[in-house]
Design a protein around this ligand. Structure first.
Ligand SMILES: [Zn+2]
Length: 280
């Protein structure tokens, strides 16, 4: 029976810690490295629902994409949700580990999976790899569709590929505009808005775009003929990666691995303006 320490070594081969951003907090968050692991559960977020689900399924290890303790906390009282997550997992004998930016950059990482689901080929990273001997790694991916399609059709294809969320896809650009070269960054990708691989693409797909970065990108694109922009759910984009991560984990560990279907996107519904004036 492998111990948690053995599983950590397997994960280090899949998602090497050296690939993580300096500000990140990937790795083991809770758990005894000497305890055995018999089953693993995977989720994007460590929240009370996914923690309870992991314990209910009998998992000894919950692997999440997002680190629960990225910034300092001064309490894990169970009146706080982070305390509730940790209390539930510790009582249930389930460890917690995050594979975050180190799992973004690998060849089968979050952005690569999103790019492949869109049918993009000839993938390369938006930002060059940290390790020049591994050219297939790096942040974000850019690639080509088999043939040009309308921007609106690409947005529809995205919404159909992703699990349902309230926000769907928001698009800056005309529906009919043809796009072929597509840059994608699963998760919050505003740091790549000025990357040359993004500016050379026909459209950039990412999440969590705020007014000013999106507005500046849109206006510069309109003036100088730059890419369109599609904003999708952060959770949905990264949830796509879980099935691939689960397959890799099963192969690396030989253990059963389950994937959470719980939606941890924070938005429950959106109210859009009616196209018809409402009767008062
Ligand atoms: Zn993320």
């Amino acid at each position: 029976m492998p111990t948690l320490r053995d599983i950590q070594a397997d994960l280090e081969r899949l998602w090497p810690a050296r690939g993580a951003e300096p500000w990140d907090a990937s790795g083991l968050i809770a758990g005894d490295p000497d305890r055995p692991v018999t089953a693993i559960h995977l989720a994007v977020d460590a929240v009370p629902d996914t923690a309870a689900e992991a314990v209910q399924l009998g998992a000894d290890l919950l692997v999440t994409h997002h680190p629960l303790l990225l910034r300092g906390v001064t309490t894990i009282a169970e009146s706080t949700y982070k305390g509730r997550v940790l209390g539930t997992l510790i009582r249930g004998g389930c460890a917690l580990l995050a594979a975050h930016t180190n799992a973004d950059v690998v060849a089968r990482g979050t952005s690569a999976v999103l790019a492949q689901r869109l049918g993009l080929t000839s993938l390369s990273p938006i930002e060059p790899p940290q390790d020049p001997e591994q050219p297939e790694t790096g942040i974000g991916r850019v690639g080509d569709l088999a043939e040009p399609i309308a921007l609106g059709v690409l947005a529809r294809r995205l919404v159909d590929a992703l699990p349902a969320t309230a926000s769907g896809a928001r698009v800056a650009g005309e529906w009919d505009r043809p796009v072929r070269r597509v840059a994608v960054c699963a998760g919050a990708g505003d740091s790549l808005l000025r990357a040359s691989a993004v500016l050379d693409a026909d459209v950039y797909v990412t999440s969590d775009l705020r007014h000013h970065p999106a507005s500046e990108f849109r206006e510069q694109s309109t003036l100088a003929g730059g890419p369109a922009l599609i904003d999708i759910s952060h959770w949905a984009a990264e949830w796509l990666w879980l099935d691939v991560a689960a397959a890799d984990l099963r192969e690396a560990t030989g253990l059963p691995v389950t994937v959470s279907d719980l939606r941890t996107d924070p938005w429950d519904f959106a109210v859009l303006p009616s196209t018809q004036p409402l009767d008062e």
